[in-house]
Ligand binder design. Structure first.
Ligand SMILES: [Zn+2]
Length: 573
């Protein structure tokens, strides 16, 4: 009997272990066929040779450990780190390398901007130490936006774009780094900035003079760090060795090329001898740096100016895309190759940033709904099978984009048609294989596998420390965009929140299928919730269950918990 029990126990352990290891690997998808790789994209991988590069006696940059670089500056009694990687795992690997150089304690961290690949290794890099964390004043706002409001969609699109779900055979590099170093269960933790500034900040840290300048470009909160004595410039993401990402296909607020050019011009006024970007390798030598900065800003200005010029003539975005290409001398520049940003995407973004979605053509003002248009196109070609045959012919003629566009109509009319699905898959694989731009390669290939039923799973979530650090204002801001009108209808409800730890007071009023959130209490509430802010944040982040929270007495609700459950049922999970 004892043996039988032991055997059963071993089997259970084995099954659990197998399930766990399957879960680990199942988040990636592999291809049966051997994918071809664009030659110039393959060549570009050498930019990311892994290692710590010594730039000066006291300044080092870690390249190739994740998507971004991390920069070490060694001061009198302590160190400063600029940008902390995308995950705790990546940060710890970099820190271990830095620790081979110096054992001096970490005194300060500088974020060049809010993007995940520069901040989410925060808890991994900083640990429990209390250090000064510097950023531009807008960084906390954008951090909250990414963590809260737009996270579901930007994470999904971002992970497609970075090839997070593709296996090693399909991946080449990410254009600005070897890969996004995030795996299931990754430690993601951004420590909030403690010292911020608006335009510029001059300070001395550990005996080294630092000048931080607001430099909007790739992001609105971008900064660059100038070390005047060392003649070293840390450029953040306003320059890296590929055409700039004036638009990112994961989705972004408008990136103003005018401001980007101005920020590069600000750098050009400095006598820089060492330029260390937060992606790709350092540039050394004043003349080379000035020339590279000039070429980079000229590339951006050209695309901006010519887009606006044609926009003012009444051309639509796609008509401008046909007209605007870099002039021949810029096309050959190593820093303007389209391994990350693309001129064509930039043109469309500049148009959108200036005139919005309407291209000016009256037929696009109120187009037919997609399904109706598909049905009409199918009727026009003589039926579903005829259109599919035309799409197949286009594919055989290597007109992959046209064939893909035709499958849009087929999918809308019959989303489960096997032959259409196969054709769409083949189009996406062909388009992906041909790309020298890794963002589009990854996006095409990931979507190809999704066509074949590959389900994307969310593999990461912020750690508890990050969840706790999100301000309640950002939490309530996020609540309203998760309201489901079909569930709440015209229900009117007033809910007050008393937070016992921070003594903050918030209210939510449901009416007209909206949720008005205010940071004060309202009269005659239907429901009053008394809770710690940390518990509330954990509940929303699903770090704890509602039922156990109630049982533990960590939440109290007047008149009763069932009213609160009803209220919460009106929101997306
Ligand atoms: Zn970056």
């Amino acid at each position: 009997m004892a043996n039988m029990k032991t055997l059963k126990l071993i089997i259970v352990i084995l099954v659990v272990f197998l399930m766990m290891s399957c879960q680990e690997e199942n988040y990636k998808t592999s291809f049966k066929e051997t994918l071809s790789i664009n030659t110039s994209l393959r060549e570009h991988t050498k930019e990311f040779k892994k290692g710590v590069v010594k730039v000066k006696e006291n300044i080092y940059v870690a390249i190739g450990y994740g998507l971004a670089n991390s920069i070490l500056i060694v001061g009198n009694e302590g160190i400063v780190i600029v940008d902390v990687m995308e995950s705790g795992e990546a940060a710890k690997e970099v820190l271990a390398e830095f620790r081979k150089i110096t054992k001096k304690p970490l005194k300060a961290v500088i974020y060049t901007h809010n993007h995940a690949d520069h901040v989410f290794g925060g808890t991994g890099m900083i640990g429990d130490d209390t250090v000064d964390v510097y950023s531009q004043a807008l960084t906390p706002y954008y951090l909250d936006r990414v963590v809260n409001v737009t996270r579901p969609i930007t994470e999904l699109r971002g992970f497609r774009m970075f090839g997070v779900y593709l296996d090693d055979d399909a991946m080449v590099n990410c254009g600005i780094g070897p890969m996004l170093n995030i795996k299931p269960g990754a430690q993601l933790g951004a420590i909030r900035p403690t010292i911020t500034f608006t335009d510029s900040l001059a300070t001395t840290i550990q005996g080294i003079d630092f000048e931080l300048y607001h430099a909007p470009g790739e992001t609105n909160d971008q900064l660059f760090v100038w070390l005047p004595t060392e003649k070293v410039l840390l450029a953040g993401d306003n320059i890296y060795k590929t055409f700039p990402n004036l638009y990112t296909i994961r989705g972004t607020v408008y990136r103003d090329p005018k401001q980007w050019v101005q920020s590069l011009d600000k750098m050009r006024t400095l006598n820089i001898e060492y330029l260390i970007p937060s992606h790709t390798r350092p540039i050394i030598g004043a003349e080379k740096i000035y020339k590279t900065l000039t070429i980079y800003r000229d590339g951006i200005q050209y695309v901006y100016d010519q887009t606006i010029r044609f926009m003012n003539k009444g051309l639509t975005p796609m008509e401008i895309v046909e007209k605007v290409h870099l002039p021949q001398n810029l096309q050959n520049e190593p820093y303007l190759q389209e391994f990350y940003g693309k001129v064509s995407w930039s043109v469309r973004s500049i148009f959108d940033g200036n005139l919005g979605f309407f291209d000016g053509n009256p037929s696009t003002l109120q187009p037919l709904p997609p399904k109706e248009k598909a049905e009409k196109m199918i009727a026009l070609t003589g039926g579903f099978n005829q259109l599919r045959e035309q799409a197949e012919t286009a594919f055989s003629n290597k007109e992959y984009q046209w064939a893909l566009e035709l499958t849009d109509y087929l999918m809308r009319a019959n989303p489960t048609d096997k032959k259409s699905l196969n054709l769409r898959y083949n189009c996406l694989v062909k388009l992906g294989e041909a790309e020298s731009n890794p963002n589009s390669r990854h996006y095409y290939l990931t979507r190809a596998k999704e066509v074949k039923g590959f389900k994307i799973t969310s593999i990461v979530e912020p750690d508890l420390r990050t969840v706790h650090s999100i301000p309640l204002a950002a939490i309530f801001d996020n609540l309203s965009v998760n309201l489901i009108p079909s569930k709440c209808g015209d229900r009117q409800l007033k809910v007050n929140f008393n937070f016992t730890d921070t003594h903050e007071k918030w209210s939510v009023q449901l009416r007209n299928s909206i949720a008005e959130t205010q940071n004060y209490l309202i009269d005659d509430p239907d429901i009053t919730v008394t809770i710690k802010s940390t518990v509330w944040k954990e509940l929303l982040a699903k770090k704890r269950g509602g039922f156990s929270t109630f049982l533990m007495g960590d939440i109290s609700v007047e008149p009763g918990i069932s009213d609160f459950k009803e209220f919460m049922s009106y929101f997306e999970e």
